[in-house]
Design a protein around this ligand. Structure first.
Ligand SMILES: Nc1ncnc2c1ncn2[C@@H]1O[C@H](COP(=O)(O)OP(=O)(O)OP(=O)(O)O)[C@@H](O)[C@H]1O
Ligand SMILES: *[C@@H]1O[C@H](CO)[C@@H](O)[C@H](O)[C@H]1NC(C)=O
Ligand SMILES: [Mg+2]
Length: 295
């Protein structure tokens, strides 16, 4: 149905500072594939937060999953529905660990900058969103710096951060999520029946983050201070989802949908585990590039 364009009712212009939960629900349902857990958690968390006139703390979501499963896409979808101009809005700030904070020798400078940026932007606009990508590669000093803004403090130096939104993106926990998804499908169950709590998924992610020495969350104050409102798992994508990604990319490029080419692209990329080839190794990551090759 999405191939035939969007119903007119969803093409209303966005207004600044206003939330359109319908738009968010619509976008999550129609442009995020195979992520029923993430969709549900994000929709509830963001809608609830935006409807609360007096939140007690900023909204903090930590998105986890292996490569190409839609974490940046979700950040984009949230930005699009909350801020005029979407991820290009001056209220939306993206920090990529290896890009913005590459040298550990400069961590003191980064720390001062980061504090100034968060404080400066929130003073000007309380409803600001900060996205921290590659959290697994974030210097622990900076993780601690960010943490200070996330607690229940009414104010820090005269500025209140309670209207702000913080998103953390990382591959940490991805292996635990993939393992669980694999076991689940192997047992003959439906992907959509994977639940956040019934399988102990959220707890397992939490433990993995806390105990994985190679991850940026290891023993981090972010975990043990309980400032993260939701740990959001992104499931590994299957062949059918890759096909959908390819078709969506054609739609974006204003090309007629070609299921044969979409199928070829999905067949060409690597899957794991070796024996059953159930999940795409890099999700939908190289679909766009491969499409160009086939045209
Ligand atoms: N679940 C999905 N539904 C629809 N498109 C997806 C999905 N996952 C990934 N894509 C598409 O694949 C590309 C890569 O996705 P994205 O950048 O969101 O991955 P990521 O989870 O942030 O990966 P990484 O951990 O490597 O940064 C994007 O073009 C995105 O639109
Ligand atoms: C807001 O954040 C950006 C980085 O995203 C920074 O360049 C800018 O200086 C900040 N603004 C203020 C007022 O601190
Ligand atoms: Mg990403």
């Amino acid at each position: 149905m999405w191939l035939n364009g969007f119903p007119a009712v969803f093409l209303l212009p966005l207004h600044p500072h206003c939330v359109f939960p319908t738009g968010l629900a619509f976008d999550l349902r129609n442009s995020l594939y195979g992520q029923h857990l993430a969709s549900e958690v994000i929709l509830k968390a963001v809608t609830g937060f935006m409807e609360d006139n007096n939140p007690s703390k900023p909204l903090v979501l930590s998105l986890h999953g292996s490569s190409g499963t839609g974490k940046n896409l979700v950040a984009k979808i949230i930005a699009k529905n909350l801020f005029e101009g979407g991820d290009l809005s001056t209220q939306v700030h993206l920090f990529i660990a290896t890009h913005h904070f590459p040298h550990s020798a400069k961590v003191d400078t980064y720390k001062a900058q980061l504090q100034q940026w968060i404080r400066g932007n929130v003073s000007v606009c309380p409803r600001s969103m900060f996205i921290f990508d590659e959290m697994d590669k974030m210097n622990p000093v900076l993780t601690d710096t960010i943490k200070c803004f996330l607690d229940h403090y009414t104010q820090v130096d005269g500025v209140s951060y309670r209207q702000a939104i913080f998103l953390f993106l990382s591959n940490d926990g991805g292996r635990v999520i993939n393992r669980m998804a694999l076991d689940f499908l192997k047992a003959g169950k439906e992907r959509e029946d994977i639940k956040l709590n019934s399988q102990g998924l959220e707890t397992a992610i939490n433990n993995d983050l806390f105990n994985n020495k190679n991850g940026g969350f290891w023993r981090s104050s972010l975990i043990d201070s309980n400032v993260v409102d939701f740990f959001v798992p992104f499931l590994p994508l299957e062949h059918k989802h890759v096909v959908m990604c390819a078709l969506a990319e054609m739609h974006t490029l204003k090309l007629a949908p070609d299921t044969a080419i979409a199928g070829k692209i999905a067949n060409d990329i690597p899957y794991f585990p070796q024996e059953t080839k159930m999940f795409s190794v890099k999700g939908c990551k190289s679909v766009k590039q491969r499409l160009k090759y086939y045209l």
